[in-house]
Design a protein around this ligand. Sequence first.
Ligand code: GLC
Length: 754
Amino acid sequence: MKYKSLKLIFLLPILMNLISCTEFPSSKNSTNATKETDVKEAFLDSLLNQMTLEEKIGQTVLFSAGWDITGPTLDTNYINYLKAGKLGAIFNVHSAKGTFEFQKIAVENTRLGIPLLFGYDVIHGHKTIFPISLGEAASWDLDLIERSTRVAAEEATASGIHWTFAPMVDIARDPRWGRVSEGAGEDVYLAVKIAQARVKGFQGDDLSKNNTLLACAKHYAAYGAAMAGRDYNSVDMSERELRATYLPPFKAALDAGAATFMTAFNDLNGVPATGDKFLLTDILREEWGFEGFVVTDYTSVMEMTRHGFSKDEKQAGEQAMNAGVDMDMQSGIFLRELNALVAEGKVSESRINQAARAILDMKYRLGLFEDPYRYCDTIREKETHYKAEYLESAKEMARKSMVLLKNDRQVLPLSKSKKIALIGPLAKDDFNIIGSWAAQGDRNGKAISVFEGIQELLGKTADLNYAKGCEIMGTDKSHFSEAIRTAKQADVVVMVLGESENMSGEAASRTDLNLPGVQKELIAEIKKIGKPLVIVLMNGRPLTLEYENSVADALVEAWWPGTMGGAAVADLLFGEYNPSGKLPITFPRNVGQIPIYYNVKNTGRPYEKDGPEQRFRSRYIDVDNSPLFPFGYGLSYTSFEYSDLSIDKPTLNFEEELKIEVTVKNTGNQDGEEIVQLYVQDLFGSVTRPLRELKRFEKIFLKSGESKVVSFTLSSEDLAFYTLDMSFKAEAGDFKIYVGTNSQAVLEKHFVLN
Ligand code: GLC
């Protein structure tokens, strides 16, 4: 059907203006603004002038179509709101056909025919599923991460989606919180770089292209600091900690052009993020200059009544809108209450106009007023999903995301001639392997299991013998005997163990981070047989692995590696790929150590393992302070030697750059990649400073025996922090740099900033 372009109807007077070259009403003082911007502003002015207050409020309303369940409530009346022109966007609907049908109602059955925005949780792929975000972060490969989100955008936009609720940029230091799986881990610098890469991948370089997705930086803010790692729990922290640790990835996403932000469920220092003017207006808009729109998380406007912040839903609507929220996801309070709030003067119409305009602006930028059906192309959809090049990228990311945690006696890589026993509840799994938040990824046989990956690699003649042994959860040990039998007949045992996909992610906090069910008991029985034992883990968060680490000869963290995961695991097990991943989050020895992360303060009584005085020191009397595996840790099948760390000057002034060089040599017999990491320590300051902070990293490839000089530069800007008076700046004084293969790097140099 021929779409009557809204733009055309309202553009005529605007275009006449252009032709007459008179000044635009909206661009009085913007003589140097491009004509394109003038046209857009004038279009939006004209459109808003046509809209009733109800229609403007309608733009601020978002409901789920319920094709996926991503929250506690559903409202099946959304169709009626849509037909009444009281719905600005819909989420949890997908496919070119499905979105076309909803869009047609908006365009043809509402007074102004304003197109809908379609949102969806495209987190780590849409059909071709990449490793979970925490796994991608372990690759430290920013180009590949951008590629991953670009592929996700290509596939999602081919299915009618305009807007993804990603990237999740919450810093997380508590693996009891299941949503650590969705982010980039514990470190600010790495998370900032990854946030930028993800926004760029989703949004591309021109939102008017129909393969671009609006990004949504979430969950603003500090959701990852939920008390006790319990999802949705309160957050309380100093403004210094908020600004130093939890806000930088959001600012990075904004600087990368993130079109939207999503408010967090939690209250922060007593104020629910959804009603927090300090976060949503003072910082986001006034300090940072954000021009997109803010959507709440699922029913979080209503939840302010539960927080005990709003006396009723009407007040919640007033507080949210006045704090800076533009769109209400799923609570329907903006829909029900804003009219009256405006009539009562509690919410200004200009605030409604501002919210509606920010949303219409994004629809304009996506080209939806030109053609609201431009993302609804069934032929393109069929041609785009699962393209070979996308599957190849997913396999490359899966390979690079895996972290080799242990490899005693070089038991890996395995010889292809070995008799392999493949045991465990995730060994033949093609369901959990694509992880949580897997959008429209197929869980019915599309993903490659480890068993299939090994079969594919070794050929059908491979001497590969499988036994499940047990389930992921539960107490049933009745299949242990078959697994034991299988292991006895093999040369080497590979166990694939871990969590189910819904054991990490939203609403999946755990107080016990051991392998669930009877998987540990199964390991113990298999260990008794005395064959070389390789354990591959598929999980969405750090687990407590002291036992597994003590009995396995090799230990591989594969996360949930996605559609091509099994093929990537096979490549790693048999040496087709030499692992290069590094942990983006600390693995604790036990839950009692949590929160545990690398960039901690020294305290006044630091515990030095070999120090002269042990008792009155900051330590546990039952467990070492150190983690099982530190941030930045990851082994290779080869070995790398760091030497000749040098700096070009012992003293740096505030205008100079410090040049750092280090020599890295591949001292093993395999080519491989290494992620060279540079940490900085500010030895003293007007407030206490972390022992070390990641400030640079570079991933390099070295052939066996090859050496390379890796260079970094630092300036005083890299040394800035929130000082005692909260100004963000570097302070003169003594510093150290540490360069090496993980956050416990020992090569160091001292310099002075003055
Ligand atoms: C969920 C999540 C959020 C997601 C949204 C829409 O509750 O908190 O991350 O984007 O609802 O599905």
